[in-house]
Design a protein around this ligand. Sequence first.
Ligand SMILES: [Zn+2]
Length: 247
Amino acid sequence: MATSAHHAHASRGAGTVVENYVKAIYTLQSRGEDTVTTSALAERLGVTPGSASAMIKKLDGLGIAEHTRYHGVRLTERGESIALAVTRKHRLLELFLAESLGLSWDRVHGEAELLEHVLSDELVALIDEKLGHPTRDPHGDPIPSADGVIEEADTWALEALEVGARGTLVRVSDSDPAMLRYLAERGIAPGDRLEIVDRQPFGGPLSVRFSDSIEAIGGTLARVMRVELHGRARGARSKPPVDEIGP
Ligand SMILES: [Zn+2]
């Protein structure tokens, strides 16, 4: 009988492909779009619009997402709780791999991407307990609670800050190991305090003071480093852009 194996699998989640779609829709939705277009989803997942569209229909049939013709797709409540559950697994795994197994922070994301789909609820609870119910992963991202509540503070991209702005680096997108290594080699990590000391024109690099060094940070890196400002509303060029960092 295949039922017991089937049940074991079901208790471990909705399946890798479904979960990856759900995560991608969740991230695109969190950019503030009402519905996510098939093409945006296909691009994010690196699949053809045809396969994205077929999967959207499947998710609709499963009650995980709602598909509206000509508009796009949106997660249902059930879809959102799947997204938060997978995100919780991912971020707890990252912290576990970094803290308990000593994996460097540029490597934990890739491992967590694989393990998040097979981790049982029991194991997640044990990891959570072992780590003392943490609220942040090693990249500074908030860990959703077991009942699906996520605490998102207002953060600004480093790139959006003016000279004189002071704050704390709270998170760095975790999906680019080379960028994380670059920061780690310079001793920069979430939790560090920083101040913008200079800003080159025309999108050039920012000079940023960390505790004992001044670093030139520009381009892609300045866009994925998120800062919580000290002295609110001072030093930012605009309202906080909606967070674009995925799980
Ligand atoms: Zn990650």
